[in-house]
Design a protein around this ligand. Structure first.
Ligand code: ADP
Ligand code: MN
Length: 436
C-alpha cells in the first residue's frame, strides 16, 4: 500500500512536470499539442478537472440529435474565430456519451438512445471512475463469495499442514468437519500409521482441532493466558499468530496432565503449530453427544454427576488445573461415562482468577445436575469446597464470591513479594478424594 502510494505521488509529480512542459511548448498558440498520452496517472485515478465543463445549458432539444459532426483528421473545422476543435464542448459531450458503451456490461448507463446527451468531461470522468471502481468492487465481492466456504473451514496454510499429515501417512483420510466454533474448527479423521518418531500408536479415529488464526475472537481470551504464570514470560513477546499456537500448546499440555491422572479425555496424538490431533471420542465418524444433548436415565445422570465430582477433584489436586469452561457443552457422554474436552483455557488454581473460574464451573455443574433431577447434587458453594478444600464458610453467593476474591488477592500479593513462585492454597488436612 505504501509503495503504491509513493508510486502515485511520483506519478503525480511526473504529470505535473509534463503539464508544465506542455504549457511551455504550446504557449499562446491557438493550436496546441497534448502530452496526455504520456501521463502516468490514469485519468480516472485523478480527479483533475482541467477540462471542467458543466452540464451544458443547451438550447437544443435533448431528444433530437443535431446532425452529427465528425472531427476531421486535422483536428479542427471552421475558420478563424469560428474554429471548432475536438475539444469543443458539444462534440466532446456527444463523444463522451457514446464512450459510455465501453463500460462494463453490468454497469447501468441508462437509456440514452435517441437522446442528444452531451456529457461533460468532468461528468464522464466521474462516471468512468465510478464504473471502474464498481467493477473492481463486484470482482472483490465475487472473490469473497468463492472463498467463503473454504475460509469457514481452514486457510491455505492450515490445509497444507493437514495435507502433509495425510501425505506422511499419519492420517488415513480427513473425512469432514465435526464442529465450527468461534475459536476452533474440529475435523474427524481416520488414523494412519505411526510416523515412527516415538512409536506412538495412532488411534483409529482422530479429532483434529484447528485453532482459528483469525484473531478477533481470541482477544477476549487474553485474560486466561496473560495471567497464567506458565506463559507469563512469553506472552508479551509474542505476535498474535504465536499466541494462537500457544492456545493449542496449552490444550495439549492440559490434556496430557489429565491423561496422566486417568481422567477420561482425548489423548494427544500430535501438535503442529495451531493444529492439535487427538483421539476421537465417538465411533464411526459420529462424535459422542454432549451432555446437554443426551437424555440420560436418572441412574446414569446420578452416575455422571459423581463421576464429574471425582474428575473435578482430581483435576484440581492431581493436575493442578481448573477447567475454566466446564459445562454440559464441554462434556461428552461416551462408553457409559463422561469425557472432558476443550481445555485450552484451563488454568492452574493459583491463576489470579483461577478460583473465580472454578466457582463458575461449579455453578454450571450444580445447576445442570440439580435441574436434571439429581437430588444428591451439591450446590455450587458446597461443590467448590469439595473440589478445592478451601472450606469457605459463607452461606450466600455474594460473600462467597468476596472470599474467593480475597484469597486470590492474598495469593497475588504473595506472587508480587516472592517473584514467580506461587504458594499453594492452604488446606486443612487432606480429605479423601471422592471415590466412585
Ligand atoms: P470449542 O473451543 O470450539 O468449543 P471444543 O474443543 O469444545 O472446541 O470442540 C468443539 C466440538 O467438537 C465439541 O463440542 C465436540 O462436539 C467436538 N469435539 C472436540 N474434540 C473432540 C474429540 N476429541 N472427539 C470427538 N468430538 C470432539
Ligand atoms: Mn467447547
Amino acid at each position: 500500500m505504501l509503495a503504491q502510494m509513493l508510486q502515485m505521488e511520483f506519478d503525480r509529480e511526473y504529470d505535473a512536470q509534463l503539464r508544465r512542459e506542455e504549457k511551455k511548448f504550446n504557449g499562446d498558440s491557438k493550436v496546441s499539442i497534448s502530452f496526455e498520452n504520456y501521463r502516468k496517472v490514469h485519468p480516472f485515478d485523478s480527479d483533475s478537472s482541467e477540462d471542467e465543463v458543466d452540464w451544458q445549458d443547451t438550447r437544443h432539444d435533448p431528444y433530437r440529435a443535431d446532425k452529427p459532426t465528425t472531427t476531421p483528421k486535422k483536428g479542427f473545422i471552421g475558420k478563424g474565430k469560428d474554429i471548432t476543435t475536438k475539444h469543443d464542448e458539444v462534440v466532446c459531450g456527444r463523444k463522451n456519451t457514446a464512450r459510455m458503451e465501453n463500460f462494463a456490461p453490468e454497469f447501468q448507463v441508462g437509456d440514452g438512445i435517441g437522446m442528444d446527451l452531451k456529457l461533460s468531461n468532468q461528468v464522464f470522468n466521474a462516471l468512468k471512475q465510478h464504473a471502474y471502481s464498481e467493477e473492481r468492487r463486484s470482482a472483490r465481492l465475487h472473490e469473497k463469495k468463492e472463498h467463503s466456504t473454504a475460509e469457514k473451514a481452514v486457510d491455505p496454510k492450515t490445509r497444507l499442514l493437514l495435507y502433509k499429515m495425510v501425505n506422511a501417512g499419519m492420517l488415513e483420510t480427513i473425512t469432514g468437519c465435526i464442529s465450527t466454533g468461534k475459536e476452533s474448527v474440529v475435523f474427524h479423521a481416520y488414523g494412519g500409521k505411526s510416523t515412527n518418531e516415538d512409536d506412538k500408536v495412532i488411534p483409529p479415529e482422530c479429532a483434529i482441532k484447528v485453532f482459528k488464526t483469525t484473531l478477533n475472537e481470541f482477544k477476549n481470551r487474553d485474560k486466561y493466558i496473560k495471567d497464567d504464570y506458565r506463559f507469563k514470560d512469553r506472552f508479551s513477546k509474542l505476535n498474535p499468530r504465536k499466541i494462537i499456537r500457544m492456545w493449542a500448546e496449552k490444550e495439549m499440555h492440559n490434556l496430557t496432565r489429565m491423561q496422566n491422572a486417568g481422567i477420561p479425555c482425548p489423548q494427544v496424538v500430535i501438535l503442529k503449530k495451531h493444529v492439535l490431533v487427538m483421539s476421537f471420542i465417538g465411533q464411526d465418524q459420529v462424535p459422542a453427544p454432549k451432555l446437554k444433548d443426551v437424555k440420560l436415565s436418572s441412574e446414569d445422570m446420578k452416575k455422571a454427576y459423581y463421576q464429574i465430582l471425582n474428575m473435578m477433584q482430581r483435576l484440581y489436586k492431581e493436575c493442578s488445573l481448573v477447567h475454566a469452561d466446564l459445562s454440559e457443552y464441554n462434556m461428552l457422554w461416551h462408553d457409559g461415562k463422561v469425557w472432558l474436552i476443550d481445555v485450552s483455557q484451563s488454568v492452574e488454581p493459583t491463576h489470579p482468577h483461577g478460583l473465580e473460574f472454578l466457582f463458575r464451573d461449579c455453578r454450571n455443574v450444580s445447576q445442570f445436575f440439580q435441574k436434571g433431577g439429581v437430588t444428591e447434587a451439591l450446590n455450587e458453594r458446597e461443590l467448590f469446597n469439595a473440589v478445592s478444600d478451601l472450606n469457605i464458610a459463607a452461606d450466600n453467593e455474594v460473600d462467597f464470591q468476596a472470599e474467593i476474591e480475597a484469597l486470590e488477592k492474598v495469593n497475588e500479593d504473595h506472587v508480587q513479594k516472592h517473584g514467580k513462585k506461587v504458594s499453594a492454597f492452604p488446606s486443612d488436612g487432606d480429605p479423601p478424594i471422592y471415590d466412585e
